[in-house]
Design a protein around this ligand. Structure first.
Ligand code: FES
Ligand SMILES: [Fe+2]
Length: 411
């Protein structure tokens, strides 16, 4: 197989700090870092993104800000600050900053010297934040910023969405390689789950054919498994490795958000249509929760689909050593993905946009994606007889379960 990765290329693909090649490329995209409802509950949140420590806030005037974690005065933690009508105030001596990072108040300096213009010289770094689909998105890159993608499912009506965060201790790139890896589903999810249940079999249908096709917003992967054929939607439509850092399966997105070289924030956005007789349904607040990755004894949780993925990624090491790999025919999607990123490094070096940056507001009215079984999301469902456990991540809180049941008319 082609495309062996040498040590230098592995470093290039996996570094996320400012000034590194991929760090600069990633700064051309928006990343989800919090839930809208989360800031409504607690208006300041510490955020680590692309190796930078930041404080995300919503002030009393309703403005979002994303600023340096540390106050310019004597470096106190602004994630412990408090919000005012305009801006975020440091809890140490009360310096206040607005969403552009300007210092707009220095209480003692302003009192001791009413004509003081000292604050005009103080500025902390500040980045753009925008809400979409119940998430808050951050942009750390050069101006002009592109648009926050308005993916088709964000426009679907009559559905219940929920947002799930997990912190996974490994590099984001190996997590995203998992988005172009259909064969793992058979082993990591189907067959391993059989064995985790203490059963010896039978094993799940094998993958017979897989195919990968690059499109504007990512790479589509297609599969035919034993017992299936070319009419199956997973072959005719497939699933999406969504650029630059997500998996999209129709009913959910999984973003792998690079916190730093060795930590990834997994952000899941899950959509379920309500039954037809519950329409029209308008979700007033998209709930959010954090899924644990380890149990109280410190063992990895392996009972749910995405938890199983997390175990695979972290098992590859904090940063996977790709010089030691032996790729096969199953890895064509992974190779495609690496090659596209490496090509885009050259593209941005010569002034171009990398893949899947959206700048046209008309295009962004609704960005269609390949969706197997689209009707089940847009046409509504028949009544759901009984609730099933949330299969993707462990630890769904009771209040989210109840809100889901209520939306669906269960119980
Ligand atoms: S350290 Fe922030 S106001 Fe003094
Ligand atoms: Fe998976």
């Amino acid at each position: 197989m082609p495309a062996m990765i040498d040590a230098a290329t592995n470093v290039t693909l996996t570094q996320v700090d400012a000034g590194t090649p991929m760090g600069e490329l990633l700064r051309r995209y928006w990343f989800p870092v919090a839930a809208v409802a989360e800031l409504d509950d607690r208006p300041v949140k510490p955020v680590r993104l692309l190796g930078e420590d930041l404080a995300l806030y919503k002030d009393l005037g309703g403005n979002y800000g994303l600023v340096d974690r540390h106050c310019a005065h004597r470096r106190a933690d602004l994630a412990l600050g408090f919000v005012e009508e305009c801006g975020l105030r440091c809890n140490y001596h009360g310096w206040r900053y607005d969403h552009t990072g300007r210092c707009i108040e220095q209480p003692y300096e302003d009192t001791a010297d009413p004509g003081s213009r000292y604050k005009e010289r103080i500025r902390i770094k500040a980045y753009k934040v925008e809400p979409r689909a119940g998430l808050l998105w951050a942009y750390l890159g050069p101006e002009p910023a592109p648009l926050v993608p308005n993916w088709e499912p964000f426009t679907w009506k009559n559905g219940f969405a929920q947002i799930v965060f997990s912190e996974v201790p490994c590099n984001w790139f190996q997590a995203q390689e998992n988005s172009a890896d259909p064969v793992h589903f058979e082993w990591m999810h189907d067959n391993w789950s059989v064995r985790l249940r203490g059963e010896k079999g039978p094993y799940a249908p094998r993958h017979l054919r897989i195919e990968f096709e690059e499109f504007e917003h990512g790479i589509v992967y297609k599969r035919i498994r034993e017992g299936g054929d070319e009419t199956n939607p997973l072959w005719t439509i497939g699933r999406v490795c969504l650029w630059p850092n997500a998996l999209f399966t129709g009913n959910h997105f999984e973003w792998r958000v690079p916190m730093d070289d060795a930590t990834t924030l997994s952000v899941g956005w899950f959509f379920a249509s309500v039954p037809k007789d519950r329409e029209p349904y308008v979700q007033r607040r998209i709930p959010y929760w954090t899924a644990p990755v380890r149990d109280p004894e410190g063992r990895w949780i392996t009972s749910h689909v995405m938890n199983q993925d997390f175990v695979a990624w972290t098992g590859q090491g904090a940063v996977a050593d790709r010089t030691q790999e032996h790729l096969g025919r199953s890895d064509r999607g992974v190779i495609m993905m690496r090659q596209r990123f490496l090509a885009d490094l050259k593209r941005i070096a010569s002034g171009g946009d990398p893949k899947a940056v959206i700048r046209d507001p008309k295009v962004n009215g609704c960005v269609a994606l390949p969706v197997a079984g689209r009707e089940t999301f847009t046409e509504g469902l028949m009544r759901i007889a009984a609730r099933r456990e949330f299969a993707w991540l462990a630890g769904q809180p009771e209040h989210v379960r109840r809100a889901f049941d209520e939306a669906m008319g269960i119980g």
